[in-house]
Design a binder for this molecule. Structure first.
Ligand SMILES: *[C@@H]1O[C@H](CO)[C@@H](O)[C@H](O)[C@H]1NC(C)=O
Ligand SMILES: *[C@@H]1O[C@H](CO)[C@@H](O)[C@H](O)[C@H]1NC(C)=O
Ligand SMILES: *[C@@H]1O[C@H](CO)[C@@H](O)[C@H](O)[C@H]1NC(C)=O
Length: 431
């Protein structure tokens, strides 16, 4: 079964600071480089950027067969290109790193060589990566961290500052000094794929959008548009305003993730018996995961719906846990429109206006390379997600998703994600 469960961070474990791996960073020149965060520091450029500019970066990849979406970022001095997996389920951006590296995977580019511009242990950015506020610093000049992701992937690293080369939509290119992780000891999950690192755009302090906002460069708004034809884009800053976007508040009980709810789940326009769900939006997950109750309700609804139609379970297709075949191989999801109905989540927004998140057939089915259709909603309990419900890439395709960390809102609108928004184009808020 080829699938990838997200980068969603489940726990941050206590560091074993006496492990041999944490010692490597003690060498080298700990002289801090310039404190100027923006180079070159030309006030006119900074001010132009500060007043509502944004960054739009094209995405590569798809849900199936690739299983993820990645961006190219230029980092370092001189700048080098890296391919990063885009993850709204975690905060820290990090690269597999030659510090030297004790466990790194094969990477598309040579390993990142860390700058010697260390983030100190008591820095708020470092604190935000630690399991508790009263963490210990073995070396005050250095920030060690460990991140454990939901799919048995983990990384041990140290935080450094380095220069990101970023293109803003107002045609300004800036070198921005921001923190990133130098990951020198990774454990890989079975679903691992060879990338240089992860682009973390969650809600936390180290998140790239939060750091860009902290320097006054963009509003604390991030989002993406994943195309079902592959590709799309990720954006930083207020690109969409409130134009056409349906909004629901971010969950106040889960301040770590982009989660919302409760929402009612509907199958084919009818309310399901799964109760109300809190859902978490996570680009680090290729597929969608329902908790046990919702998954069970979905399976029994599908069984009923598919009872008398000319498709049958294809047990020999291992693409995903459940696949169906027709009389002859399917060419497109459209061919099963007569058999499957759309799903939807209705967010009640504390009794105010209801917001609908529609999941069309393409949002929960994939066409396997054997010409079968497979269910892209998986049983979260089976992979240890407990009661969590994760809306993965598959269900966010062909929508602009907006995560507004200033207003604490999550929004979406139907969109053709193959077309990058232009800075002066239709639908872009201009300041
Ligand atoms: C990531 O994106 C680049 C394009 O920038 C693409 O060539 C590459 O194949 C993608 N995937 C991986 C695994 O690097
Ligand atoms: C930024 O813009 C330059 C010039 O247009 C382009 O060559 C480069 O690929 C862009 N970089 C990124 C990371 O998008
Ligand atoms: C989902 O997974 C749990 C845990 O493995 C299992 O007990 C349950 O039967 C599964 N649900 C369905 C409908 O397969």
């Amino acid at each position: 079964m080829k699938m990838k469960l997200g980068w969603l961070v489940v726990t941050v474990m206590v560091l074993n600071l006496s492990s041999p791996c944490s010692a490597w960073f003690g060498f080298g020149n700990k002289q801090k480089t310039s404190k100027n965060s923006i180079l070159p520091a030309q006030p006119s450029i900074i001010n132009r950027a500060a007043h509502g500019s944004s960054i739009i970066i094209p995405l590569y990849g798809n849900v199936y067969p690739v299983g993820f979406y990645n961006v190219t970022l230029s980092i370092g001095q001189p700048p080098r290109s890296y391919f990063l997996d885009v993850d709204t389920g975690s905060d820290l951006t990090w690269l597999q790193c030659d510090a030297p590296c004790s466990h790194c995977s094969e990477t598309p580019h040579p390993l990142y060589k860390p700058s010697n511009d260390f983030v100190p242990c008591k820095d708020p950015l470092c604190a935000s990566l630690q399991p508790s506020d009263d963490y210990e610093c073995e070396s005050p000049d250095q920030c060690d961290y460990q991140i454990d992701y939901a799919d048995q992937y983990s990384t041990l690293g140290a935080l450094v500052n380095d220069v990101y080369l970023l293109n803003f939509t107002n045609d300004v290119q800036l070198k921005v000094r921001m923190a990133l992780g130098c990951g020198y000891d990774q454990t890989f999950s079975p679903s691992y794929h060879p990338l240089d690192g992860i682009l973390g755009i969650g809600r936390g302090k180290t998140s790239l959008v939060s750091q860009l906002n902290g320097q006054g460069l963009v509003q604390n708004v991030v989002g993406h548009c994943l195309s079902s034809q592959g590709g799309g884009y990720v954006f930083f800053g207020n690109v969409y305003g409130s134009f056409r976007v349906s909004w629901t508040p971010m969950s106040s009980t889960d301040s770590k993730h982009y989660s919302a709810g409760p929402a009612e789940l509907a199958f084919g326009g009818k309310k399901s018996r799964s109760g109300s769900l809190t859902v978490l939006f996570d680009t680090g997950s290729s597929y969608t995961y329902f908790n046990s109750k919702a998954y069970k309700a979905l399976i029994s609804w599908l069984k009923k719906e598919l009872h008398k139609v000319p498709i049958s379970v294809a047990a020999d297709d291992q693409t995903l846990p459940i696949c169906w075949r027709g009389k002859k191989p399917f060419q497109s999801i459209r061919e099963v429109k007569r058999y499957f109905k759309p799903l939807a989540l209705t967010f009640s927004n504390a009794g105010k206006v209801k917001t609908l998140f529609e999941i069309p057939l393409e949002g929960y089915l994939i066409l396997s390379n054997m010409g079968n259709v497979c269910l892209g909603i998986l049983n979260g309990s089976e992979v240890g997600l407990g009661d969590l419900n994760i809306i993965g890439d598959i269900s966010m395709q062909d929508k602009v998703m907006v995560f507004d960390n200033e207003k604490h809102l999550i929004g979406w609108a139907p969109a053709d994600c193959t077309r990058l928004p232009r800075s002066r184009g239709f639908g872009i808020l201009s300041y």
